[in-house]
Ligand binder design. Structure first.
Ligand SMILES: [Zn+2]
Ligand SMILES: [Zn+2]
Length: 276
């Protein structure tokens, strides 16, 4: 077992005790992380090829390394992983999973389309009638299915991106928007985290990642009593929010996949307050 994996599983165990309410979701994450490691090792070659000639220009122009709206991506390896992930769902909800497998088989659900749709910004999606779900297992599996291959890209280009002039609030690797951020070091630098590829990038502290608003009057945050480690940063210009974990006082490395699940109550709260 990789060192990273055993450390993550240890963190999950700890959080299961602190937040028994999230035990089932954390168990799902546990199973995912074990499969992720297995698939990471199995990956034959780079699924996503990056054109290395224009990285600096792309970065300073706000263009992420991978463009998921292109149609020529070979998703066969992520697809295999996706079907393996569905077995995690099958153990818990056999009937719903059977239905999903049937829809995939008959073509009313299509993996490649689900991947592409997941990269369309919510604001641009045309299905407002669709019910909003805080925790969407199928969506999570679609996202996860790309993760091992995307992590490879994120690791490979980490230094190049750090040296570049990336100043956007969305991910420089895959274009997804962050859901959670971390405050680190004594200075309290803020790092936004991409759940899709695991990349973290430095971003101004007093600025909304979603609309770029820097007006302090319109930026606020709320916390919950007894959970001072967490806060929800909100923007009253665009009505969006991002969860923030404060790791300034510890030398521990945050595991933001775990933190994201352990703070789902903050998503519910933010949504009740009218933030998206
Ligand atoms: Zn990303
Ligand atoms: Zn905003």
């Amino acid at each position: 077992m990789g060192e990273m994996l055993s450390k993550s599983l240890e963190t999950i165990e700890k959080y299961k005790n602190i937040s028994p309410h999230y035990e089932e979701l954390l168990e799902i994450l546990e199973e995912i992380l074990i499969l992720r490691e297995e698939y990471r090792r199995k990956l034959k070659e780079n699924v996503f090829l990056v054109d290395e000639t224009h990285i600096d220009k792309k970065m300073s122009g706000g263009l992420p390394l991978i463009d998921f709206t292109r149609n020529n991506l070979d998703l066969s390896q992520p697809r295999q992983y996706f079907f393996k992930l569905l077995e995690i769902a099958k153990k818990r909800s056999p009937d719903e999973t059977e239905k999903i497998l049937k829809d995939l088989d008959e073509g009313s659900l299509d993996y490649d389309n689900m991947v592409r749709d997941s990269f369309v910004r919510e604001s641009e999606q045309q299905t407002p009638e669709e019910e909003e779900r805080i925790f969407d297992l199928l969506g999570l599996f679609v996202e996860e299915s790309l993760r091992p291959a995307l992590e490879m890209v994120a690791e490979k280009y980490h230094d190049a991106i750090e040296k570049s002039e990336w100043t956007e609030g969305y991910c420089p690797v895959c274009s997804k928007e962050p859901k959670i951020a971390e405050l680190r070091e004594e200075e309290g630098f803020r790092y936004l985290y991409c759940n899709q590829c695991g990349f973290e990038w430095n971003y101004l502290r007093i600025k909304c990642p979603f609309c770029g608003n820097e007006d302090q009057q319109e930026l606020a945050y709320f916390t919950i009593e007894g959970e001072e480690k967490y806060r929800v940063d909100v923007c009253n210009n665009c009505k969006r929010y991002i969860k923030t974990v404060d790791f300034r006082k510890t030398t521990e490395k945050a595991n933001l996949d775990v933190e994201d699940i352990a703070t789902l109550h903050l998503d519910i709260l933010a949504s009740e307050e009218g933030y998206e």
